[in-house]
Write a protein that binds this ligand. Structure first.
Ligand code: 5AD
Ligand code: SF4
Length: 484
C-alpha cells in the first residue's frame, strides 16, 4: 500500500480543540448497520467540537458513509461527491471524508480517481477518524485507515442518536459466509461477536433513556457467538434471553438472520420470550436449488420451506420478510419460476428484490451467463407484482383486528395522524381518541390496508407485559393465524 494511504498513529498530535463554530455534514448510504455507524461518526465529530449541518454547503467537513453492496450504491455516491468537489473548489479548507464499505473496497484506487477526497476510513477503522483528520491537517496528504477486522468496536464509541423509543444495538461485525455474490465479507471482515455483557449494558442504558424497542444488528445475527474461539460461551438464543430480562425493554428485534443458522433453540426463544417480536427477516435469495448452490447459500428450497413451517408452527402470527436476487449468472426462466413459486408458497409479508450486480473479488463475478437487461426487467416486474400482491393480501386480512402499536411519532403526511409499528413490523397510521406520546403502546383497530401499511383508530392504550395482549386480536372479523 502507498504510505500516504496508511494511517500512522505515531503522527497523532493534540490538534483538535472544542471549537463549536465548525460544522460537519454527514450523508449515509446503504443498510441499517451503516446508519448505526453514522451515529458513531456523529458522536466522534461532536466529541471534536463540530456541530451537525443540514446541507453540504454549510459543512466544513463533508462525510459520506458509503455502501458497496450493489453498483447502484456506487453511482448514487458519485453524484454527491461531484457536489462535494465543487464545494471544496470554492473553499479548499473544506475536508471531504469517505467512510464505510466503498472506502474499504477501493482504498488507494479511490484516492486516485477522486483526488479532492482528503480522508478514507473503512468500517472497521471508524475509531481512527479523529486521528486521521488530525493527520490530514498536519501533513496535508490524503490519509486512510483500512483495518481488516475490528480492533475497537464502533459500538463502544460515543454516539449521537435521534431521541425516541427505538434504538439499534450492534451485536456482531463482519460475515464469514462468503455467499458467492456478496462483497460484505471482503469489506467488513470475518464474523466477530461483541461480548454479551457489553450488549446487555448498552440495552440497560438505552432503556433508562426511554428506549422501548431495540433492533440487534449484524450481517448474520443468528451466528452470534458461533465463531471459532468463543463457541459455547454465549449464543444468540442466550443473548435474547439475557436481553429479555432488561427492565423497560418492551420489544426486541434483530436482523439479518441466515436460514442455515436458525437453530431449534432460536425457534424456541422466538416462541417463548415475550419481548422478542413476531417478525423474522430471513433472506432466501432464490427458490431454485441450482442457483442456491451457485450462490453458496448452504440450504435448499425444501430446507427453507421446512424451516418456515417449523417457525410458523412454533410462533403463530410470525411475519416473514425476505431478500431476493434476480438475474444471478445463468438464471433460467425455470429457475426464476422456482423463485416466484417459493414466494407464493411462503406468502411473505414483504420482500426486497434486487437485480444481481457483479462485485469485484466475489466468486459469482467470474461466472458465465449474464441475464440480458430486457429479461431482467420483465422478471423484476413479475416478482415485484407478486410480492406486492401477497403483502397486500396479508395486510388486508388484518382489517377488523386489534393490534398493539408502539408509537414512533406523527405520520409524515398529517400531523393529526400518529404512526407506529406492530410487533410484526408493519407500519400503522392511526388517529387516537386519547392522548398519545412517542414510546406509548396503544391498541389500534385496523380499518384499512395497503401492501405496505395499515390504517386504524385507537380507543385505548395497550396493556404491556402479556403476550396474549400484544399479538393481534380479532374483533369484528377473524383473521387466520397465517395472516398475522
Ligand atoms: N447483487 C444483488 N444483490 C445483492 N445483495 C447482496 N449482494 C448483492 C449483489 N451482488 C442483496 C442480498 C442481500 C441484500 C442485503 O443485498 O439479497 O440479502
Ligand atoms: Fe453477504 Fe451472505 Fe454474509 Fe449476507 S450472509 S452478508 S449475503 S456473505
Amino acid at each position: 500500500m502507498h504510505p500516504a494511504f496508511r494511517h500512522d498513529s505515531s503522527r497523532v498530535m493534540h490538534f483538535h480543540t472544542s471549537r463549536t463554530d465548525r460544522t460537519y455534514y454527514l450523508r449515509t448510504f446503504g443498510c441499517q448497520m451503516n446508519e448505526h455507524d453514522s451515529e458513531r461518526i456523529s458522536g466522534l465529530m461532536q466529541g471534536l467540537g463540530y456541530a451537525q449541518a443540514d446541507t453540504p454547503d454549510e459543512g466544513d467537513v463533508l462525510l459520506y458513509n458509503t455502501c458497496s453492496i450493489r453498483e447502484k450504491a456506487d453511482t448514487r455516491l458519485i453524484g454527491h461527491l461531484g457536489h462535494a468537489r465543487r464545494l471544496k473548489a470554492d473553499d479548499p479548507q473544506r475536508l471531504v471524508v469517505v467512510a464505510g464499505c466503498l472506502a474499504q473496497s477501493r482504498q488507494a484506487e479511490f484516492f486516485q480517481e477522486h483526488p479532492y477526497v482528503d480522508v478514507l476510513v473503512g468500517p472497521q477503522s471508524l475509531h481512527l477518524l479523529p486521528a486521521l483528520l488530525e493527520e490530514r491537517a498536519v501533513t496535508g496528504r490524503q490519509v486512510g485507515a483500512f483495518e481488516e477486522s475490528t480492533s475497537t468496536w464502533s459500538a463502544e464509541l460515543p454516539r449521537v442518536r435521534r431521541s425516541g423509543p427505538l434504538a439499534w444495538i450492534q451485536i456482531m461485525t463482519g460475515c464469514s459466509n462468503f455467499c458467492s455474490y456478496c462483497i460484505v465479507p471482503y469489506v467488513r471482515g470475518p464474523e466477530a461477536s461483541r461480548p454479551l455483557g457489553h450488549i446487555v449494558d448498552e440495552a440497560t442504558e438505552l432503556a433508562t433513556q426511554g428506549v422501548r424497542e431495540v433492533t440487534l444488528l449484524g450481517q448474520n445475527v443468528n451466528a452470534y457467538g458461533l465463531e471459532l474461539g468463543v463457541r459455547g460461551v454465549s449464543t444468540f438464543p442466550g443473548l435474547l434471553e439475557a436481553l429479555s430480562e432488561v427492565s423497560g425493554l418492551e420489544r426486541i428485534r434483530f436482523m439479518t438472520s441466515h436460514p442455515k443458522d436458525v437453530s431449534p433453540a432460536l425457534i424456541d426463544a422466538m416462541a417463548g420470550l415475550p419481548s422478542v417480536c413476531e417478525h423474522l427477516h430471513l433472506p432466501v435469495q432464490s427458490g431454485s436449488d441450482r442457483v442456491l448452490r451457485l450462490m453458496e447459500r448452504r440450504y435448499d428450497r425444501a430446507g427453507y420451506l421446512d424451516l418456515v413451517d417449523r417457525l410458523r408452527a412454533a410462533a403463530p402470527g410470525l411475519a416473514l420478510t425476505t431478500d431476493l436476487i434476480i438475474g444471478f449468472p445463468s438464471e433460467t426462466e425455470h429457475d426464476f419460476d422456482e423463485t416466484v413459486g417459493l414466494v407464493e408458497a411462503v406468502r411473505f409479508d414483504g420482500a426486497f428484490t434486487f437485480q444481481y450486480s457483479p462485485r469485484s473479488r466475489t466468486a459469482a463475478a467470474e461466472l458465465p451467463g449474464r441475464v440480458d437487461p430486457v429479461t431482467l426487467e420483465a422478471r423484476m416486474r413479475r416478482l415485484v407484482e407478486t410480492t406486492q400482491r401477497l403483502g397486500a393480501e396479508r395486510n388486508a386480512q388484518l382489517v377488523g383486528s386489534c393490534v398493539e402499536v408502539l408509537v414512533e411519532g406523527c405520520s409524515r403526511r398529517d400531523a393529526d395522524t400518529m404512526m407506529g409499528r406492530t410487533r410484526t413490523h408493519k407500519v400503522v397510521n392511526f388517529r387516537a381518541a386519547h392522548p398519545v406520546e412517542p414510546g406509548d403502546l396503544v391498541e389500534v383497530t385496523i380499518q384499512s390496508s395497503s401492501s405496505t401499511s395499515l390504517t386504524g383508530v385507537s380507543e385505548s392504550p395497550a396493556v404491556p407485559g402479556s403476550r396474549a395482549g400484544t399479538t393481534t386480536r380479532p374483533t369484528t372479523r377473524s383473521p387466520s393465524p397465517e395472516a398475522l
